[in-house]
Design a protein around this ligand. Sequence first.
Ligand code: NAD
Length: 500
Amino acid sequence: MTENFNRIWHQHAADLIQRGIDGRMVIDGRRWNAADGSLFDCISPIDGKVIARVARGKAADINRAVASARAAFADRRWAGQPPAARKKVLVAFAEAMRDARDELALLETLDMGKPIKNSLSTDVVAAARCIQWYGEAVDKIYDEIAPTGSSALALVTREAMGVVGAIVPWNYPMLMASWKLGPALAAGNSVVLKPSEKSPLTALRLAELALEAGLPEGVFNVVPGFGHEAGEALALHMDVDAIGFTGSTRTGRRMLEYASRSNLKRVYNELGGKSANIVFADFDDLDRAASTAIGSMFYNQGESCNAPSRLLVQESIADAFVEKLAALTPQYHPADPLDASTVLGALVDETQTQTVLGYIQAGIDEGAKCVAGGCRALQETGGQYVAPTVFDGVKNSMKIAREEIFGPVLSVIRFKTEEEAIALANDSAYGLHAGVWSRNIDRAVRVSRALQAGTVHVNQYDEDDITVPFGGVKQSGNGRDKSLHAFDKYTELKTTWIRI
Ligand code: NAD
């Protein structure tokens, strides 16, 4: 019975691939091949097989997509619609995503290797909720009259920016796209989305669903391709008003360079992380602290920007805590992502596998103690699997503590005092998330305040909601995705003085 149930997703996958996955770009409401006809293979990390051939967009395609987005913005076919009308379309778009749940989840899992269970229950659900939430928000935002004291009126209004370029990574392809699309579209902008070359499939399907839901042609265009080709062309384009970027800190730097070399477009960077999760000895439920530390770390194969990859444990409980971690880790052994019971799937590609294995070797070479995992797994499948790995005895100066690994590797760093914990946590180029586990309320508040991070989790690490901002400080980026604050990224404030 279980065996049959688990084969169901393999059967769905085989059917989908046999029908053919459309890898052509979406511009001006139509499917297109690349102007020069180039294609790239979309390889599933589940088994190394080619599942689709995708149009390889370059500057000519980006030019066409930006022109289409600009035309749509200029004639106000979307921006000119009343907020309630935009809301109706976005809610219908979200509904269409839910109706296509199985297909979207399957594409996401085949494309980047995450467990089908997560694609179904988290990625599609959260992405649809995001689109719906911004749709429903847009007719509830008021403009302002400034309290100037003058007899003239000063109206402060929010206006759509124009053409937004969205460049997103491969770890949550659909969700990261939705975090840009939701506020950008709701505010009335046109969008050109460049998905990652490692996971372009759901973005293309989203564009079709949006059109079916009534989004006018040209408002949402998708050009798949490589970073140094389509990505660079979009970020350098003189007619793009803002870039909503999510990806590595290295590429985020380039976004700023491109803007300074072109039209000084707005750049909003959501970048990498090396989040510290601090467990104090006074916390009374160490089993929950340990299972959350592991679960949050290995979720999405550790390929999450906010993964709590530095686990700071107070010395007096560290031996017992590490034992718990080592005992829990095998529950996350990698398995077939299309099996509905799998909790840890495949890494995105061979390059990522080699990067993660390289970090594991660096940890060993620098003297950290590997207490779980530490090797490749399921090699016979032809896919990309790495055993979840826990290092004890990590120093914050080691490479595995300083650099973002973006794989299932947890580093345990021991500390003695509260001051030392804060200093270690903040001794990082990044500042995305952080965790604090303590039953001492004074300490929990004190430490949360002292941590340099965009989000601090106290006595949990898994709360998340579209209503709260998501983003980082330091080299984890600027700006915030999600929540009403995201509208700040995709609107410009205009002041109009009116003498009466
Ligand atoms: P990446 O920077 O390699 O690529 C991200 C996107 O940028 C891709 O679409 C890629 O094609 C494009 N790109 C790459 N080079 C480019 C260039 N020179 N010009 C223009 N575009 C270019 O990142 P990745 O490996 O896809 O994603 C992983 C990173 O994303 C991690 O660092 C992770 O922490 C980060 N991330 C951050 C958040 C957040 O909200 N802060 C969320 C998810 C992922």
